[in-house]
Write a protein that binds this ligand. Structure first.
Ligand SMILES: [Zn+2]
Length: 179
């Protein structure tokens, strides 16, 4: 098991890990892009989510009130997401679990499989990306588990837009909570 440590308010905290319920696949992808070890499967039953949360000390993220209640009653950490907007969801998770709302590809995980990404040379991906992408981009990352290749393409603007809105919302939530 590998933890990355970081310092918040002079307290050393461990990075949270997550398990996401079957209805929130897009939340799982976002958490992975942000670098958080996140389990997700469309096949999970509630009992499996609870068992994995316990065994691997993961925070449950759900929009199922029944699962949320069961988790809390059993002493697990659980975040209930009632909202649909992704920026609101991320801000709320950040408020409760302290995740960072910035992408650092050095620590990102594969949104598809949760594998760790590693930077690779351009030559290494020559046969794995479309010729136009190979011509235009210089930096590539490879998933160490499923082999999918990533680069900072045009969709990046959208990602940054949502994160920037999420950071603003987080400030509002904090002001409401602590203000
Ligand atoms: Zn992967």
């Amino acid at each position: 098991m590998r933890y990355r440590e970081y310092i918040v308010c002079e307290t050393v905290m461990y990075e949270p890990r997550f398990i996401v319920d079957t209805m929130l696949g897009n939340v799982a992808r976002w958490l992975r892009i942000l670098g958080y070890d996140t389990l997700y499967s469309r096949k999970y039953k509630d009992w499996e989510i609870l068992r994995l949360a316990e065994k691997e000390d993961r925070i449950i993220i759900t929009r199922d009130t029944g699962l949320h209640r069961k988790a809390l009653n059993n002493g697990f950490k659980s975040i209930y997401l009632s909202m649909d907007d992704m920026a609101e969801r991320l801000a709320y998770i950040a408020l409760i679990a302290g995740i960072k709302l910035y992408v650092d590809l050095e620590r990102s995980r594969c949104p598809i499989c949760n594998g760790e990404l590693r930077k690779v040379s351009k030559e290494q991906v020559k046969d794995k990306v479309p010729p136009r992408v190979y011509r235009v981009y210089e930096d590539f990352w490879l998933c160490s588990r499923c082999g999918k290749v990533y680069w900072i393409g045009s969709h990046w603007i959208k990602i940054e837009e949502i994160l920037s809105r999420a950071r603003k919302l987080l400030e509002e939530y904090k002001a409401r909570k602590y203000g």
